[in-house]
Design a protein around this ligand. Structure first.
Ligand SMILES: Cc1cc2nc3c(=O)[nH]c(=O)nc-3n(C[C@H](O)[C@H](O)[C@H](O)COP(=O)(O)OP(=O)(O)OC[C@H]3O[C@@H](n4cnc5c(N)ncnc54)[C@H](O)[C@@H]3O)c2cc1C
Length: 382
């Protein structure tokens, strides 16, 4: 293993790989990415692959919009097919109290050029005839939203970074971050130490633990989320949009020859429990059948659990930690990180190499915002 590097990235999920690639593309090629497991096998592998621009904060809308343009051209740029399906995100609202917030979010999105629009129950029936409209007061739809293969996208960034000179060390956990005189000076692993002035924490749900190695408090906690996939299911068309009943956090979209679906259990406490909870699976199937009765005929092929990496305001920690100097973080995406990977890569590279991010102003997500009493809450969390 190399003994020195200009920068060490900790974690090879979508964030670590996108940032390493962006740094190398900008000329900082003496970069090592350390991964305790394998590339793209963390939260990124467990994601539903959803890509949307329908957020409530300007920063998230801009991060998403920039990223969608990259996802649309990913195959040409990186030579990797990611199976992008822009079939839209359809939000269903069942609580009239949610309407004003969604209207305000829509105005923000439209001002920023996102082609999202309000849809009436009649329009919802046209966009997704499988939806039972009971209790639905309206919704929003953005035809550019969609989903893709998260693993292919992550590996694509890693391969491109490697071609530029970045080193990836898999099965190499970071076990310590050395600090001297208030600055990062090295990163330790069981295979040896790398002297570096710059460590970038991209450890997803494990970010709190990695930050603590440098004495930094990075408030990211793991929350179990489960996804399920049906056996091939031809009763519903594969052209349906990603459909989300917002109040219950219930979602489904076509995947392979079946459908992928899930529902967030918002009462479950933080944990690193990664098993599938059968009772929650049943509750999810019940909710799905209630909202889209055709699924009564579907069978569940398999389910899996992964971790949302949640911060106190459901937005990521992006940028310099402050103390120690030389420690940066890009983590805590609270369940909507995969889709933002391309923009986060560009922004972190700008912050590190130019002193400030210009692709998107990420200052609202600075890690110090909680200590400053300036959280940046995201409303559209699924
Ligand atoms: C069920 C589910 C559905 C989701 N659906 C979506 C979706 O539709 N759209 C979307 O955008 N997002 C979705 N997400 C969220 C998305 O998966 C995450 O926001 C995103 O993948 C985070 O990427 P990351 O690189 O920060 O983390 P990760 O992919 O977890 O990468 C972090 C890496 O750091 C490594 N690591 C940790 N500690 C150490 C250490 N000490 N040393 C070395 N390496 C270390 C880990 O092994 C891991 O590989 C979903 C998540 C789940 C669980």
């Amino acid at each position: 293993m190399k003994q020195t590097a200009d920068a060490v990235v900790i974690g090879a999920g979508i964030m670590g790989c996108a940032i390493a690639h962006a740094l190398a593309e900008r000329g900082l090629t003496d970069v090592v990415v350390l991964e305790k497991d394998a590339i793209g096998r963390g939260a990124t592998a467990d994601a539903a692959g959803g890509i949307r621009q329908q957020f409530s904060t300007e920063t998230n809308v801009r991060l998403a919009t920039y990223s969608v343009r990259v996802w649309e051209t990913y195959g040409e740029r990186f030579g990797v097919e990611i199976g992008l399906r822009q079939q839209g995100y359809l939000f269903l609202l069942t609580d009239p109290a949610e309407v004003p917030a969604f209207e305000a979010n829509l105005a923000l999105q439209q001002r920023l050029g996102v082609p999202a629009r309000w849809v009436t129950p009649e329009e919802i029936a046209e966009l997704n005839p499988a939806v039972r409209l009971d209790g639905v007061v309206g919704g929003t739809f953005c035809p550019e939203d969609g989903w893709c293969d998260t693993y292919g996208a992550t590996v694509g960034f890693a391969q491109a970074a490697r071609r530029l000179g970045v080193r990836f060390e898999e099965e190499t956990p970071v076990v310590g971050i050395d600090v001297a005189g208030g600055r990062v000076v090295g990163v330790r692993t069981p295979a040896g130490e790398i002297a570096t002035p710059l460590a970038i924490v991209c450890a997803g749900p494990y970010t709190r633990q990695v930050g603590a190695m440098a004495g930094a408090d990075l408030p990211v906690d793991p929350y179990r989320r489960m996804s399920f996939i049906t056996e091939p299911f031809a009763a519903l068309p594969a052209s349906l949009p990603m459909t989300i009943e917002f109040s219950r956090g219930l979602y489904f979209h076509p995947e392979s020859r079946g459908f992928l679906f899930g529902m967030g259990n918002r009462d479950e406490p933080s944990s690193f429990e990664k098993t599938v909870d059968e009772a929650w699976m049943l509750a999810t199937v019940e909710a799905l059948v209630e909202r889209a009765p055709a699924f009564e005929e579907a069978s569940v092929l398999r389910g899996w659990a992964g971790f949302y990496e949640v911060t106190p305001d459901d937005n990521p920690l992006l940028g310099w930690v402050g103390e120690p100097a030389g420690l940066a973080v890009a983590a805590g995406f609270s369940g909507h990180g995969f889709m933002q990977g391309p923009a986060i890569g560009a922004c972190l590279a700008e912050l590190i190499l130019d002193g400030a991010a210009t692709t998107v102003d990420i200052a609202p997500f600075r890690p110090s915002r909680f200590a400053e009493g300036a959280p940046a809450r995201e409303h559209n969390v699924i």
